[in-house]
Design a protein around this ligand. Structure first.
Ligand code: HEC
Ligand code: HEC
Length: 419
């Protein structure tokens, strides 16, 4: 008897619950804030709350030294480290633009061959640059200083500038500077033949002394940049609400189009195949078939970049690295060939993406509509093979996907990791 009542009550409950869901579907349309357990797991994995602490960089002994970060912050915007005294890292990586410049190509002493990416959160990546041609953030930081189109200076000039303006701060971190006054004013392995000849004429010991100061400049710049992390976005708050099952908070945070866009991002759009984790990047290299520029040599991307990283004297295995070779697994076991790295570029973060136009390694697309149109069509790649498949999304779905991407912007420009 009792069992029968229980059965009836159970059935009634099922009917009621089922009815509620049917009603909810009818009321909210198919874009309700109902999430399956599997979806919730993906949502959680995309939230900033899932971001692990930044791992140490064994190749940079001062990577987490606050004195190094403080000096690095000053150097980041010091224009004395450029050939004409007018440009700094902050010329192209502007803090008020999420460390981008709003231009298709970077502009300083000249025009860079590629587009300026954000540096927010990139400290988590194993490789730097669109083609990953450096294996640490400090080795990366040295490259623009000697690039003719960027700072256009040279390592001996950098060492003199450190000795002239930052000797105290430098020595507090790294110990005494060597005597530099007898060295040439301008010398380094750069394109300019006079500066290069001056470098070639220096003894190996002097070159080594300059390289050490130069490397340390990179290490303080990296210590600063490691702290630049994305701020919390509306998306992160939405995930918190979703995990708590808080329907009213969810509907306050996201409208129906944004939810639909999020579902496409995780589902039909296949975006999370590459834009995954709390930084919305797998930090890996893919060929997306971005159209080549007219009149410019094909950009081979990662297949060239990896060889440059391995040949870089400032890499993890080099004389200026603080790492034990066993700490350099990424470098030692890097994949150096294969079709899939031809024309492949590093997946960028999508945090703050609505604020960092134009897009892609060449700054090819002026806005998100152009980006999404590209994903929808997925044209064939040359060189190499595209990793994308055409999506065949409707105009409405594209608009929803775009609406979702806008929710990834932080209220605050950046958050400083002040541990
Ligand atoms: C003229 C503009 C310009 C200047 C100046 C400049 N950069 Fe960049 N930066 C770029 C461009 C363009 C790229 C991408 C180049 C590429 O991938 O080939 C880049 C890439 C980077 C990256 C790699 C980001 C990633 O996703 O891997 C970091 C980090 C960075 N720059 C830091 C710096 C630092 C530190 C300085 C100063 C020492 C600096 N940049 C100076 C334009 C500039
Ligand atoms: C196969 C991996 C892959 C997939 C799938 C993928 N992306 Fe990307 N995404 C990348 C890579 C790699 C780049 C940079 C490509 C380049 O510059 O050549 C990129 C660039 C972007 C950019 C430009 C960001 C910037 O700062 O320049 C946006 C926006 C973007 N993706 C959004 C999406 C969306 C939305 C989807 C789903 C429809 C998606 N991606 C699917 C790998 C992928």
């Amino acid at each position: 008897m009792f069992k029968r009542w229980l059965l009836l009550a159970g059935m009634l409950l099922i009917v009621l619950v089922g009815g509620y869901f049917a009603w909810a579907q009818g009321t909210f349309g198919s874009n309700t804030h109902q999430w399956e357990a599997a979806d919730l797991r993906v949502l959680r994995s995309l939230s900033l709350d899932a971001l692990p602490p930044l791992p140490p960089d064994p190749s940079n002994a001062v990577s987490d030294d606050p004195r190094a970060a403080a000096l690095g912050q000053v150097l980041f915007s010091d224009t004395q480290f450029s050939a004409n005294g007018q440009f700094s890292c902050a010329t192209c990586h502007q803090p008020d633009k999420f460390f981008t410049d709003g231009l298709p190509k970077g502009q300083a002493m000249g025009t860079t061959p590629r587009h300026t990416p954000t540096i927010v959160g990139v400290a988590y990546d194993p490789w730097f640059y669109w083609d990953g041609r450096r294996d640490s953030q400090w080795a990366q930081a040295l490259t623009p200083l000697e690039a003719a189109a960027e700072h256009g200076t040279n390592r001996t000039r950098v060492a003199h500038t450190v000795a002239e303006f930052y000797a105290d701060k430098y020595e507090a971190i790294f110990g005494p500077l060597p005597e530099l006054s007898r060295l040439p004013g301008e010398a380094g392995p750069v394109v300019d033949p006079i500066t290069r000849a001056a470098w070639d004429s220096m003894s190996e010991t002097d070159q080594h002394a300059v390289n050490r100061i130069f490397a340390n400049v990179g290490k303080v710049l990296a210590a600063y940049q490691r702290q630049i992390m994305p701020g919390r976005s509306r998306f992160d708050d939405y995930v918190t609400a979703a995990v708590a099952g808080d329907q009213s908070a969810m509907s306050d945070l996201f409208n129906a189009d944004e939810v639909a866009g999020l579902r496409i991002f995780m589902g039909a759009g296949n975006c999370t195949q590459c834009h995954n984790g709390p930084l919305f990047t797998n930090a890996s290299f893919h060929n997306n078939g971005i159209p080549a520029e007219a009149g410019v040599n094909f950009d081979m991307g990662r297949v060239d970049g990896v060889l440059q990283a391995l040949a870089d004297p400032f890499n993890c295995l080099g004389a200026y690295s603080d790492a034990d070779p066993s700490d350099c697994a990424e470098t030692r076991f890097a994949k150096t060939d294969g079709d899939e790295i031809i024309g492949a570029f590093k997946t960028p973060t999508l945090r703050n993406v609505a604020n960092t136009a134009p897009y892609m390694h060449k700054g090819t697309f002026a806005d998100l509509d152009a980006v999404l149109n590209h994903y929808n069509l997925a044209p064939a790649a040359f060189p190499g093979h595209s990793d994308l498949l055409p999506l065949e999304l409707t105009d409405q779905e594209i608009a929803q996907l775009k609406a979702f991407l806008f929710t990834l912007s932080a209220d605050a420009e950046i958050s400083m990791n002040d541990e």
